[in-house]
Design a binder for this molecule. Structure first.
Ligand code: ZN
Length: 449
């Protein structure tokens, strides 16, 4: 086995990697703005150049109507080496309300040991973790310990809408014994974690119509219902009074290994002081292993446009998180039939289906998982917690369908302070360094297992 000194990270290499992370953050790779924006292309090109400089053979894999995915491979491997696919994504979420940012989202600022900017953690630090681990291995050993493939996609923040056809088209290229998905978070600073369960997600648009045209509310109000009231009743029916999901026939389970108090979760979420949690049972199970419904948006006249008319049409986008074990198609059916049964006053309702993404549950065994447990123990001095993630990673659901035998390890990148998708997103640099060391160590151990 290795001695403890052989994967020390050299200061110069580390500071170059942080500079590279800063450069990546400066590239405005917001996939929602379009697949071919200057920021998307600049980010992609910088990654291609970096990977080529590391000695990889790089290919851009075209995604129809989407941004290119970056694929890279190191050719120096032995025939019987196990293959590991390293995954991350280079696109980022939009900025949101810029007035809530202290730092410029696209000018990486380093303060208090953290780097700030959109994508600083999610998922440009995921990319840097892979690059750092590889540099560490290349500078400390003669050859990489296993066959390494890299996939960095550009539309994860859109829900990877083309991922299943993409994986099908490139099945042979992406085939591997194990995959490292560096796109989740650790439990806390200094508290490493591996994510072993993900909720899936489905969504739909609910379009409600009560009239062909808006009618005067003085003339018809009291007898003719407006579409917005009807929509509000449908939305109201989705939860019970305690805030638990009212849709029937959905899977749901309790977790019992990790506890979070109600007050902790309220504080972490930045809730107003009067707020109560919704739902039933253990707090962690409400966000990891139970279904959850959110109203994402409503189309209706804005207050500025309001006139005394009965609103004829209104629509809402409803999203449902589904727990591990739940079949997404039957969850969508359950949601649709609940909505249709809740329509008041004979309003007309049309439901347009959107995203369907499966949940995920991994085994805690497997050689790659074992190797990461060892790597994390080495980098942090403690074993990782096994945690769930309330969100989903579309690639994970799809790749398990394609390669049921693949050993999947979802590693942490940021921590709860990282404010992923929020204002002042950031990444702790010490944790990033530990990520690299843990991954390098894990890949080395995996090659030896
Ligand atoms: Zn991400």
């Amino acid at each position: 086995m290795m001695d403890t000194h052989d994967l020390e990270i050299n200061e110069e290499i580390f500071s170059d990697l942080i500079d590279l992370l800063g450069e990546l953050v400066k590239k405005r790779s917001v996939s929602l703005d379009g697949p071919n924006t200057e920021g998307m292309r600049a980010c992609r090109d910088l990654l291609v150049m970096t990977l080529e400089n590391l000695g990889a053979t790089v290919k851009l894999l075209e995604v129809e109507h989407g941004p290119d995915a970056i694929y890279a491979e190191f050719n120096d491997f032995k025939e019987d080496d196990p293959t590991v696919l390293l995954y991350a994504h280079y696109d980022v979420q939009p900025v949101g309300d810029i007035s809530e940012w202290t730092f410029d989202p696209f000018d990486s600022t380093i303060e208090h040991g953290r780097i700030f900017g959109r994508g600083a953690s999610d998922d440009k630090s995921g990319i840097i973790t892979h690059l750092g681990a590889l540099q560490l291995l290349l500078s400390n050993t003669e050859a990489l310990p296993c066959r390494i493939k890299i996939l960095i996609e550009g539309e994860e923040e859109l829900g990877s809408p083309h991922i299943s056809e993409f994986l099908e088209r490139h099945t042979e290229l992406l085939r591997a014994d194990g995959i490292v998905v560096a796109d989740a978070t650790h439990w806390d600073l200094g508290e490493p974690a591996i994510t072993t369960s993900l909720r899936g997600v489905i969504d739909c648009e609910v379009r409600v119509k009560t009239l062909n045209l808006g009618r005067h509310s003085g003339e018809y109000g009291g007898a003719i219902p407006d579409a917005l009231m009807a929509l509000a009743r449908i939305i109201g029916s989705l939860h019970n009074d305690d805030g638990s999901v009212a849709v029937q026939n959905l899977d749901s389970s309790q977790t019992n290994d990790i506890h979070v108090t109600e007050s902790n979760l309220l504080a972490k979420a930045g809730a107003v002081s009067t707020l109560n949690l919704i739902g039933l049972g253990d707090v962690v199970s409400r966000i990891w292993t139970q279904p959850a419904i959110s109203v994402l948006a409503i189309d209706a006249p804005t207050i500025n446009e309001a006139v005394n008319l009965i609103v004829p049409k209104a629509a809402a986008k409803i999203s449902m998180r589904i727990p591990p074990g739940q079949d997404p198609v039957s969850a969508l059916l359950a949601l649709k039939s609940h909505i249709l049964e809740s329509v008041p006053w004979g309003a007309q309702v049309e439901i347009v289906e959107g995203t369907i993404s499966s949940p995920f549950k991994s085994g805690s065994s497997g050689k790659l998982m074992e190797a990461f447990q060892e790597g994390i123990q080495f980098a942090w001095g403690k074993l990782p917690r096994e945690i769930g993630l309330g969100g989903s990673i579309p690639l994970v659901a799809e790749i398990t369908k394609l390669f049921p035998e693949m050993d999947i390890v979802i590693t942490g990148v940021g921590d709860p302070e990282s404010r992923i998708h929020g204002p002042d997103e950031s990444q702790d640099l010490l944790e990033l360094r530990r990520n690299m060391i843990a991954e390098a160590r894990a890949l080395k151990a995996f090659g030896q297992l």
